[in-house]
Design a protein around this ligand. Structure first.
Ligand code: PRX
Length: 574
């Protein structure tokens, strides 16, 4: 069995969660409600993230250090509070009301953070979209959510205009990078102009704990992406887990490398750390080991939250850290895909610190299982449930299995950051629950000692570089290409990216396999769906395995690819 890493006491002198076992036994979520501020049973996550600090001794503390490619900026809690107030006024003047949807399609610029907070302050629901999305990915999200306004910039807006005529609910675009309104079309709103004219005071709308705050689309096995809606109360779990798992302390400088278009970039790139009053570093630029290490050095980052693929890429540049002083680092965490034990050990060799894995999902809004500063790390294992979470391994009928036996990773659904619903699809929402459990869709094992080991997805969802991709969306995009009549898509294990997307396609009559065709199809999926969701591998086949009702059996494609047994074929087409 893997050796457990016992950390020297001086690495984390005073972890926020000192006695895990005691907290596991005694902690109740209600007891953490007073870690955020309430107004007669109501609250607002944005108020808790910035305004309460702007009124405290943290008023002039830097909340956001923003590093762009060739410039940088910083914003105090007071400035973030005032700017998000201004944006809330901009939206209110435009007629935005409680529960309306306002979406953001931007890179990691300060306006992303300011507008997200401003949206929450009005009581509207904020949605973020990764800046690599193409027109089809945007259409699915904007159409399903019925977003009324979209905040974007002058280059990304071109992709929106390719589909805007079909979006009946989308009223106007707010463009952030057009100073003094120059370059803004008549029916667009200039962010700069509107912000200049808006008041910097705003009465933040106080929301019920279960009122929706933000939504993020994520992929399942079938159908279009699902709009996962999160409530304002989730801030309680984001706050507590930021303290316990990321171990943020008052003077910490914290860098989360996740994009705000994904859940980690919101729950732990914005809400959790701001709520704890920490200074957050945001780097908006390409991945480059030298630049990443220089960000840690320049901002004296203490706590760093990233993902296995990023660590594996850094490990491929074994000398890059040597020219940087990284001694500020105190605690490193990872999420999104399995963290192989070699990378945990690489962390020890490279930074003198092990990497702490943790597990959660878009739907759970906050961390569920983790390796903690105060507990030994078990490399390769996701860790133990956070206090307040009951996690278990159950069989398909919801009965708990013995320790050491593989099964479905399930949770008791009574924690504050669990999704409120799936937007306009309560049937999909209900599918997550059975026999009193929330099913994560993941397979895992729990060891005698309580640690959980990730085995794999129970469904066909692909996890490439920590980003979740639905095979159905990729297949749908592929068959829109004139050369392709049928497509089946799987995740193929990959040493660097965890999985890569592999497509099996049947060509239309008259088309012949060629390198040009392959590159054209890749480009087609990249520009229509998203930059990260294109198949890196193609195989042209004569037919695809299907059930008698015509559904493609991806399990067989995967078995064939990996040389595994094909399993039960009784329901397949002749
Ligand atoms: O399969 C699990 C994997 O990522 C899925 C959730 O993806 P997403 O909703 O995009 O959220 C990612 C960031 C929270 C899970 O169902 N996953 C997440 N963390 C881990 C993981 N797989 C293995 N180990 C992890 N630590």
């Amino acid at each position: 069995m893997e050796q457990i890493i016992k950390k020297p006491a001086n690495i984390i002198p005073r972890p926020n969660l000192r006695d895990y076992d005691d907290a596991l036994e005694t902690f109740k979520w209600e007891s953490a409600y007073d870690q955020v501020e309430w107004f007669d049973g109501k609250l607002n996550a944005a108020y808790n993230a910035v305004d309460r600090h702007a009124k405290s001794h943290r008023r002039d503390k830097v909340a956001l250090y923003w590093q762009g490619v060739d410039r940088n900026e910083k914003y105090t809690f007071f400035e973030m509070s005032r700017l998000s107030n201004r944006f809330a006024n901009v939206l209110t003047d435009l007629g935005i009301e409680k529960h309306d949807r306002v979406f953001i399609f931007l890179p990691r610029v300060p306006e992303t953070y300011i507008s997200f907070l401003g949206i929450l302050k009005t009581g509207a629901i904020a949605g973020t979209m990764f800046s690599a999305f193409g027109p089809e990915g945007l259409y699915d999200r904007l159409h399903n959510s019925g977003a009324r306004y979209l905040i974007t910039n002058s280059s990304l807006k071109e992709r929106v205009y390719q589909i805007k005529d079909d979006l009946v609910d989308l009223e106007r675009l707010i463009i952030v990078d057009c100073d003094d309104g120059v370059g803004v079309a008549d029916d667009e709103v200039s962010y700069t102009e509107a912000m200049k004219n808006a008041s910097e005071t705003f009465d933040t709308v106080q929301m019920l704990p279960d009122d929706p705050a933000f939504m993020l689309y994520t992929s399942g096995t079938t159908g279009k992406p699902k709009g996962v809606v999160h409530r304002h109360l989730a801030i309680v779990q984001q706050h507590v887990t930021t303290k316990w798992v990321l171990d943020l302390h008052e003077d910490d400088i914290y860098w989360c490398t996740a994009d705000p278009g994904w859940v980690t970039g919101i729950s732990y790139g914005l809400l959790g750390p701001f709520s704890c009053g920490a200074s957050v570093v945001v780097y908006d630029g390409r991945f480059d080991p030298e630049v990443w290490y220089s960000v840690i050095e320049k901002y004296q980052v203490n706590v760093w939250y990233s993902a296995p693929t990023a660590f594996r890429l850094l490990a491929q540049a074994p000398d890059a850290h040597k020219s940087h002083d990284l001694s500020s680092l105190r605690h490193i965490c990872s999420v999104g895909e399995p963290l192989n034990s070699e990378i945990v050990h690489w962390g020890v060799r490279t930074f003198g610190l092990p990497i702490h894995d943790n597990f959660w999902q878009t739907e759970t809004g906050g961390i569920l299982i983790a390796n903690y500063p105060s507990l030994p790390i078990k490399p390769g294992w996701m860790g133990k449930p956070i206090p307040g979470i009951k996690a278990a391994i159950v069989d398909d009928s919801g009965c708990e299995v013995a320790r050491g036996v593989e099964g479905n990773l399930a949770l008791v659904a009574d924690f504050p950051s669990l999704m409120l619903t799936i937007w306009k699809n309560s049937a999909k929402y209900r599918e997550y629950f059975s026999g009193g459990w929330y099913f994560t869709g993941d397979r895992a094992v729990q060891h005698e000692d309580g640690y959980f080991l990730f085995i794999g997805r129970a469904d066909d969802v692909i996890n490439t570089s920590g980003e979740r991709v639905g095979p159905f969306e990729v297949e749908s995009a592929l068959i829109e290409h004139p050369a392709i009549v049928e497509a089946g898509v799987i995740g193929k294990p990959d040493a660097l990216r965890g999985e890569i997307i592999k497509a099996f396609v049947v060509l239309a009559p008259g088309y012949e396999p060629s390198d040009e065709l392959t590159s054209d199809v890749k480009r087609f999926v990249k520009t229509r769906l998203a930059g990260h969701a294109y198949p890196r591998e193609f195989e042209i086949v004569d037919t695809l395995p299907k059930t008698r009702s015509g559904k493609i059996v991806r399990r067989m494609l995967r078995a064939k690819e990996l040389g595994l047994p094909i399993g039960d074929v009784s329901t397949l087409e002749e």
